[in-house]
Design a protein around this ligand. Structure first.
Ligand code: GLU
Length: 414
């Protein structure tokens, strides 16, 4: 039977790892539920004078390895189970990549495209007022996620500092550069994914020049990834945003797509040479070598896993593949590089930003880039070792590495 709830999907992967590690029952129990779940309704005054309420969440899954860490998403589909699953994934991710944080996530059930800038600011500040007692540089450090931006982080920091009467640049990451942000944070998720992809390709003895890539999502992560790949000589055959996408067999001119998206807010095949429109569902099944889901969860399922043509999937989105799909892809010998490894560049540079906020230092672009490469390729090698040793897929191996580190830290703190 299909596991349809995102938290149940996480638990399936978690249990497989706990089984492989032969963890004793009491230790297993500690990881099955988050340590804290906070839900509140936050209200804002709309520009027309009326008041509107939104459901808001912050879930703190585990802090054995350091302060809770994880983004806040503004999305109509954000709910308790989704935020719970994402918080848990953060704890595995920070452990896999070996940075001293735990895992958390936040969300507001809202379509931010329906809000004016002033309303968006009010909502961002209301979120902090709702959860201020549970946040802080050494307690729980939020960051951007789907539909949340550096500007939103700046409003949130300001609200926190006002409420707590403190100077707290390290209470949140993903801030604008002019607001104690870090160089390289905006491109970090894609940059980390790119480093991993290059390492996988080298291991598989492939050449970038001969590889076609389809990317679902053209936001901060997907759009930046498209540019990195285009510049490195890959043939990016398809990209999409939430409205749909484009496909060009011989490759898209990514700078042209960026220009179009900037100008019209959309991606369409109309003014792009050799391109035709595709839906987000069609994009997943296009002929290509590498498929990069870089938008939302639950997009590779038992329904389409049989039809995917790519040989390699790099998960830049969180939770794009269901356990049933994983099984099908495994049988078809399609390599899946899981979210907890492939998209860990974002939180890694968040860690650099947090450290800079604490010390007052300012790192250069080169420093961020070389440290990110070092951290993420070390994580890749740690996971790859388990893949080869146990002859298992990358997701299972990454969960084993992450859970083992989490359990070790929990033993020391209990
Ligand atoms: N939202 C990003 C993620 O899912 C970044 C989290 C962070 O920087 O704390 O990994």
């Amino acid at each position: 039977m299909a596991v349809s709830n995102p938290y149940q999907r996480f638990i399936k992967n978690l249990k497989d790892a706990m089984e492989a590690l032969e963890l004793p029952k009491p230790e297993r129990k500690l990881l099955l539920e988050p340590q804290h779940e906070f839900n509140k309704d936050v209200s804002i005054t709309k520009d027309d004078g009326t008041t509107t309420k939104f459901h808001a969440f912050r879930v703190q899954y585990n802090n054995a390895r350091g302060p809770y860490k994880g983004g806040i998403r503004f999305h109509p589909a954000a709910d308790k189970d989704e935020v719970k699953a994402l918080a848990a994934l953060m704890a595995i991710k920070t452990a896999v990549v070996g940075i001293p944080f735990g895992g958390a996530k936040g969300g507001v059930q809202v379509d931010p495209k329906t809000l004016s800038t002033r309303e968006l600011e009010e909502l961002s500040r209301a979120y902090i007022r709702a959860f201020v007692d549970h946040l802080g540089p050494d307690t729980d450090v939020p960051a951007p996620d789907v539909n949340t931006t550096p500007q939103i982080m700046a409003w949130m920091r300001d609200e926190y500092e006002k409420l707590t009467k403190t100077y707290a640049p390290a209470m949140i990451t993903g801030k604008p550069l002019s607001n104690d942000g870090s160089r390289g944070r905006d491109t970090a998720t894609a940059r980390g994914g790119f480093f991993i992809l290059e390492a996988v390709i080298k291991d598989q003895k492939l050449k970038a020049k001969n590889l076609c890539v389809a990317i679902q999502g053209f936001g901060n992560a997907g759009g930046t990834m498209a540019r990195f790949l285009y510049e490195a000589g890959y043939t990016v055959v398809a990209v999409s945003d939430s409205h749909g996408g484009v496909y060009a067999k011989d490759g898209l001119d990514i700078p042209e797509v960026e220009k179009q998206k900037e100008k019209t807010g959309r991606i369409s095949g109309k003014n792009l040479k050799g391109a035709k429109d595709v839906t987000n569902e069609e994009l997943m099944e296009l002929p290509c070598d590498i498929l990069i889901p870089a938008a939302l969860d639950n997009v590779i399922t038992a329904d389409n896993a049989k039809k995917i043509k790519a040989k390699l999937i790099l998960e830049i989105a969180n939770g794009p593949t269901t356990p049933e799909a994983d099984e099908i892809l495994g049988k078809r010998k399609i390599t899946v590089i899981p979210d907890v490894l492939a998209n860990s560049g974002g939180v890694t540079v968040s860690y650099f930003e947090w450290s800079q906020g604490k010390s007052g230092e300012q790192w250069t672009d080169e420093q961020v880039d070389s440290e990110l490469k070092l951290v993420i390729l070390t994580a890749y090698k740690d996971v790859r070792r388990e893949v080869h040793r146990r002859k298992i897929p990358y997701r299972q191996a990454a969960f084993i590495v992450g859970v083992q580190r989490l359990v070790e830290a929990m033993k020391q703190s209990s």
